[in-house]
Design a protein around this ligand. Structure first.
Ligand SMILES: NC(=O)c1ccc[n+]([C@@H]2O[C@H](COP(=O)([O-])OP(=O)(O)OC[C@H]3O[C@@H](n4cnc5c(N)ncnc54)[C@H](O)[C@@H]3O)[C@@H](O)[C@H]2O)c1
Length: 354
């Protein structure tokens, strides 16, 4: 088999993680083209990665290049259209998280995937972390028991990225859809991917985006700040129930009066609980005594998870292994996020329809 020909739509910050991963498997893939509506950014990206076929219109790129695979790494509002276009052009797609702006868009993407017969993977990179893999090994060995509850936290003290992340028209929402999506998906994955059935949520916007001028968030993005209007929540909290009884409590913030940034998934089973934040920890009892177990070796999340994610995508495209983050997983997440946002508006628990 020859090398798979890759194209990238959206050449901003996260595209570089995809590119670094593609470079590491250059015996199997070649990135042949890139597209961005920001031509200066596109040019710099092309020079950095040695890609010369550069486009500002992804439809033109797909038609002329006919890639085998596409990374969709645009802001969220473009995920659906770019993914549908790439699938229908005959390409397999890995689309960054969140899958789309809402569940309706996610369903359109699944329809395009089915029509094309191609693969659509969602960029749930936390599934490829060494902490998640270690937890799944323990769970599959029967050491966790039945998982019934989890607490997922992704709280930033002063971390509104600004730009499009803060503009609902481009992002679909604030920290819930941007950060919460990671830990909600990770919790659901660790729990065995049950179906969400209802959600109760609240959102707040008390601190805004620029709460600490002069103490600029390190991840604040540069893209055309002037065209974006801040219009998202700065904090969200929710309780999500699943069809097998598994229940998840989640909280996410861009800005919060908290001591320091914090992020973790704590998940509880009938035989052991676990904490994913740094090296995986297990909480259990042995011979009638409680034992808190610190795992050894690499059992924590690190940026190399992007390499594993892209490798998994390419393996799945070539039929060498199952896709670990499917479009159906993406849809489940969009249904959860839609329900939380609706609940925050109505003040009532929202049933999730399937
Ligand atoms: N997996 C992760 O951990 C992770 C981390 C950060 C961001 N992300 C996701 O990656 C995506 C991109 O985020 P980012 O931080 O790279 O943002 P970014 O602003 O750096 O990059 C987004 C790029 O998309 C481009 N774009 C917008 N519309 C386009 C179009 N029609 N055609 C081509 N390009 C277009 C923009 O010009 C911009 O360069 C988002 O969906 C975000 O949620 C994922």
């Amino acid at each position: 088999m020859g090398k798979l020909r890759i194209a990238v739509i959206g050449t901003g910050s996260i595209s570089n993680c995809h590119m670094d991963a593609y470079h590491k498997i250059s015996d199997r893939v070649e990135v042949v083209a890139g597209c961005d509506i920001d031509s200066a950014k596109l040019k710099a990206w092309g020079e950095r990665h040695g890609v010369t076929n550069l486009y500002t219109d992804y439809n033109k790129m797909l038609e002329e290049i006919k890639p085998d695979c596409v990374s969709v790494t645009t802001w969220n509002a473009v995920h659906k259209d770019a993914t549908v276009a790439a699938l229908l052009s005959g390409a397999n797609v890995i689309c960054e998280k969140p899958m789309a702006m809402n569940a309706k868009e996610a369903e359109e993407m699944i329809a395009a995937r089915d029509k094309s017969g191609k693969l659509l993977q969602i960029g749930f990179v936390r599934r490829f972390g060494k902490d998640a893999e270690a937890f799944m090994d323990f769970k599959n060995a029967g050491l966790i028991g039945d998982v019934y509850y989890a607490k997922a936290t992704y709280l930033r003290k002063n971390g509104c990225p600004g730009g499009w992340f803060g503009d609902k028209r481009y992002s679909g929402g604030g920290p819930l859809i941007d950060l919460g999506v990671h830990v909600i998906d990770l919790s659901r994955y660790l729990a065995g991917s049950p179906k969400p059935v209802s959600a109760y949520g609240v959102t707040f916007n008390n601190l805004g985006c620029d709460r600490a001028k002069g103490d600029r968030a390190p991840w604040q993005i540069e893209t055309g700040a002037s065209e974006f209007e801040y219009s998202v929540e700065d904090m969200a909290s929710a309780m999500v129930r699943f069809d097998n009884g598994f229940t998840l409590q989640v909280e996410a913030s861009f800005n919060l009066n908290i001591e320091q940034d914090t992020g973790s998934v704590e998940i509880y089973g009938t035989k052991a609980g676990a904490r994913l934040a740094g090296p995986l920890q297990l909480f259990t009892d042995v011979a009638g005594r409680f034992a808190n177990v610190q795992t050894c070796g690499n059992t924590y999340f690190e940026m190399s998870a992007f390499d594993e994610e892209i490798l998994g995508f390419i393996d799945a495209v070539e039929g060498k292994r199952e896709c670990r983050a499917t479009a159906e997983d993406g849809l489940a997440l969009m249904k959860i996020l839609d329900a939380i946002y609706e609940s925050a508006k109505t003040g009532k628990s929202v049933d999730i329809k399937w």
